[in-house]
Design a protein around this ligand. Structure first.
Ligand code: ARG
Ligand code: ZN
Length: 849
């Protein structure tokens, strides 16, 4: 589809802009329906351009006047903007436009959320604010004046002057328009400060609506820890006098790194023990860090064009993952990240939406803020670091900041820095950026005369538009254990660069047990049928915590696949191995909680599909529930001990240790509820003084379809809190039993609190339903149609969120002919909708192709 759409944009077509922008001055006269934006922009010819027509982006703007060097100028409207004749040298462009923030439901550009003005300009939203070369390689210092009858008026940079109803801001750091931001409203601030390594005082604020002031403390603490961490680990100091964060209820994504004025989805910053779960706290800490880290990786060094998005996103995700590992636990963070990678990125990479980490074409760039660009982009950086080592990585990063500060850079620039700093040739490694698909790595072992030979193979399946894949550089971390559990070869990194390659280890008496792909050293699928006895051995003895967890995971998957396809009984070996891990007090509770988790139903569906079996979502669900019950029965005593012992004393604290104990206790509760009629969960729901325990109890009860009275009480208690009510909606949509899912979802969409134009609420219900594997795929197809009709309804209002949620259907070819037929019908109905957005058109076209 992208190749046949005339609106397709290609990486290969990049040309620099005709001009450079030396200075931008903006004045905003705020009014809900008639905001006036006055711009004064100094342009000069770009020595790097071969010339061409002067063009400014602009969308949905009412042009009031335009002048060049003070004289009125005739502009010619063209697709997506305007052009006009310009002087050959430097000139000043002045324009006045009118826009209507209150009718901007797409939440892109300047819009209103709960009475406050806010902006979202990445990727191409600034063109909805005024005429401008809205591309990331055009960087300029901005001066902004805001006029509006509101107490708080914020923009990027430092505040320079203010009075009753106006404020002026100056951002001295040249930036692309996508980092522009403006906020105005009746807000209150949680104030703090940070002293940088070189002794500069920075004022810190989190701005929220008056009722939310008690939910800022954790975010502020996370911000200060992020600032200190970036100084210590990357040597990066903050560069303005003030750093502002604003919480906004209506927001398409998690958060945005606008220079000096980060704007956050309120779900990504607001937290109190009563309203946020441990998982929420951890996510908030990670997102605050992520957006803060962008100040260097994204803002000071930005992207030349949107094809280079992974330059800032992959690197910044990698940095926030390192940060969370340092703050909490590296193994636990790695396991969670791999779970997420497999659930979202592998799903994408092995279906119709597969694309390279650096795509080569797009119709709508907002459709490429994906798990591949972000999470696989981070994996690629992790592999680079593994290959060049910690010292090489540090040298390369220092050189990157030194060489490219102030630049709009490319992946070529990024890799060159590693080559120059380490002397390594990265031409083959670069394929990770251009080749889509998840590589399969095969493993063969042989032992003869004390020499152990490991033969590794690699192959990447075809992906849309990419029939043949070249071999990649795959760092494979391995260790060898002796049968008594001692490590005979500690972790070393093998570099797999060919399709088939042998590695030998000398001097081994007995056949060692292989621990391969330690710490998940590459984003690949291992194709290896190791005996379950070996997996059980690794689960008990591996020195690599990730692989210990992975061994348990592989066991669980094997057991479940046999239950699904052969009607096998839950394997007793697995049950006892799991029981041993759960009881092992030398293991971190957070790790044990992860070990107690079972593979998701979606993961199992993909596994079956790859084994050329058509997954039956209802059979998968039945087996997962049967295994859960078997675990609850087999480990009843262990789980009940854990439930009693893992009580965290004292007042709630979101720290990693306490959260890990609650996670383990929560996992135990989930199982116990299957066999105690909900007694414990009901009691916990009664007495919980924090959201982790309240919601955990509610979910456990929903899982046995016995939460009616708790749901009503939860709602009565939390009616006034939008973020908590999102949980109420989301849990019901995602957990309804298959035969009730359609009715439940219908009922939720008719609820008076189903504010469908709010992306969080829409995602809670419609996204929740799509995540309810067996429910979504109920054989009637009712839920396919329900989701499809809601996407058609949302599209004209908010194309970005609509397009993103079409991914509910990306796995459609896994299923049987009936289901495929019903999904195809829904997708075709969406595609045929008159006036369908470019965003959704592209997504549905790719999914159907
Ligand atoms: N740069 C933001 C982040 O780091 C994402 C913003 C994307 N927004 C969008 N509408 N495409 O995470
Ligand atoms: Zn980001």
């Amino acid at each position: 589809m992208p190749d046949s759409d005339p609106r397709t944009i290609y990486l290969a077509d990049y040309t620099p802009f005709t001009h450079v922008v030396e200075q931008v001055e903006l004045t905003f006269r705020l009014a809900p329906a008639t905001t006036r934006v006055l711009s004064k922009i100094t342009f000069a010819p770009n020595p790097e351009s071969d010339g061409g027509t002067f063009f400014l982006h602009g969308e949905a703007l009412k042009l009031i006047s335009a002048r060049i060097d003070g004289a009125a100028v005739e502009v010619r409207p063209v697709e997506g903007g305007l052009t006009c004749d310009v002087p050959s040298g430097r000139f000043v462009w002045e324009a006045e436009v009118e826009i209507s923030p209150e009718s901007n439901t797409a939440l892109e550009g300047l819009y209103m959320s709960n009475g406050m003005y806010c902006t979202q300009c990445e990727a191409e939203g600034f063109r909805k604010i005024t005429y401008y070369p809205d591309r990331p390689d055009v960087m300029a210092p901005f001066k902004v004046r805001i006029e509006g009858d509101l107490p708080v008026l914020l923009s990027n940079g430092n505040p320079v002057a203010q009075g009753e109803g106006w404020a002026e801001w100056v951002d001295p750091w040249p930036k692309p328009a996508y980092l522009f931001a403006l906020v105005a409203g009746e807000l209150v601030n949680h104030l703090d400060s940070f002293t940088t390594a070189s002794g500069k005082q920075v004022e810190l604020n989190i701005w929220v609506r008056p009722g939310d002031k008690d939910k800022c403390a954790f975010g502020m603490d996370a911000l200060k820890r992020s600032m200190a961490w970036d100084e210590q680990v990357y040597g990066r100091e903050y560069d303005l006098d003030i750093f502002n964060i604003v919480a906004v209820d209506d927001f398409n994504m998690g958060a945005m790194e606008n220079k000096g004025l980060n704007i956050f989805n309120s779900s990504a910053v607001l937290a109190s023990p009563e309203t946020a779960t441990d998982a929420n706290f951890e996510r908030i800490e990670g997102i605050i860090a992520h957006e803060y880290f962008h100040n260097w990786t994204g803002n000071r060094i930005t992207c030349r064009d949107w094809f280079q998005l992974c330059l800032k996103e992959g690197l910044t995700v990698f940095r926030d993952q390192q940060f969370t590992g340092d703050m909490r636990s590296h193994p636990v963070k790695r396991i969670s990240d791999v779970l997420e990678l497999r659930a979202r990125q592998f799903r994408e990479d092995n279906g119709p939406l597969a694309h390279p980490v650096r795509p080569e074409s797009f119709v709508e760039i907002n459709n490429f803020y994906t798990a591949t660009v972000y999470e696989k982009g981070a994996e690629v950086i992790g592999m680079l670091k593994t290959l060049v080592g910690d010292t090489g990585y540090k040298a390369a990063l220092d050189l990157y900041f030194e060489r490219h500060d102030g630049d709009a850079a490319t992946i070529e620039d990024w890799l060159k820095v590693f080559e120059d700093a380490t002397g390594r040739d990265l031409s083959q490694f670069k394929r990770w950026y251009s080749q889509a698909g998840t590589p399969r790595v095969g493993v063969e072992e042989a032992l003869s005369d004390g020499t152990y030979t490991l033969t590794l193979t690699q192959a990447t399946p075809a992906t849309p538009g990419q029939e043949v894949a070249e071999p990649l550089v795959i760092p494979v971390a391995v260790g060898l254990l002796s049968p008594n559990g001692d490590e005979v070869v500690p972790t070393q990194v093998l570099e797999l660069t060919e399709t088939r390659q042998e590695f030998t280890f000398e001097g081994l008496g007995a056949k060692p047990v292989l621990s391969i792909l330690r710490n998940f050293s590459a984003p690949v699928i291992l194709e290896r049928d190791s005996p379950n006895a070996e997996r059980a051995f690794l689960l008990a003895h591996d020195t690599d915590p990730f692989n210990r967890w992975e061994a348990g995971r592989a066991l669980a998957k094997d057991v479940l696949v046999r239950m699904i396809t052969e009607d096998a009984a839950p394997a007793p070996d697995y049950l006892s191995a799991l029981n041993t891990v759960a009881r092992d007090e030398t293991l971190d509770p957070a790790f044990r909680a992860l070990a107690l988790g079972l593979p998701s139903q979606d993961d199992l569906a993909q596994t079956l599909f790859e084994a050329r079996r058509t997954p039956d979502p209802l059979a998968i669900r039945r087996s997962v529930r049967a295994l859960s019950r078997a675990i609850a029965e087999h480990s009843g005593e262990t789980l009940s001990d854990l439930y009693d012992d893992m009580i965290v004393p004292g007042p709630y604290s979101p720290d990693a240790e306490a959260a890990g104990q609650r996670a383990l206790r929560g996992a135990a509760l989930g199982y116990l509820t299957l066999v105690d009629d909900g007694t414990r969960a009901r009691a916990q729901f009664e007495t919980a003084d924090n959201m982790t325990e309240q919601l955990g109890a509610l979910a456990a009860l929903l899982n046995i379809d016995a939460a009616e009275s708790e749901l009503a009480r939860f709602r009565a208690q939390w009616q006034g809190d939008r973020l908590v009510m999102d949980k109420w909606f989301g849990l019901q949509a995602s957990m309804a039993p298959p035969d009730q899912a359609a009715e439940r979802a219908q009922c939720l969409t008719e609820d008076s609190d189903f504010d469908w134009k709010n992306p969080n609420r829409f995602r809670a219900v419609i996204g929740g339903l799509a995540m309810n594997a067996a429910g979504f795929h109920a054989p009637t197809g009712a839920n396919y149609r329900l989701v499809g009709d809601w996407l058609i309804r949302l599209d004209p209002v908010n194309p970005q969120t609509t397009a993103r949620m079409t991914t509910a259907f990306q796995t459609w070819r896994r299923y049987d002919a009936d289901r495929q037929g019903m999904i195809r019908e829904v997708l075709e109905k969406i595609a045929a909708t008159e006036g369908l957005s470019r965003d959704t058109t592209e997504m549905v076209g790719r999914i159907l192709a």
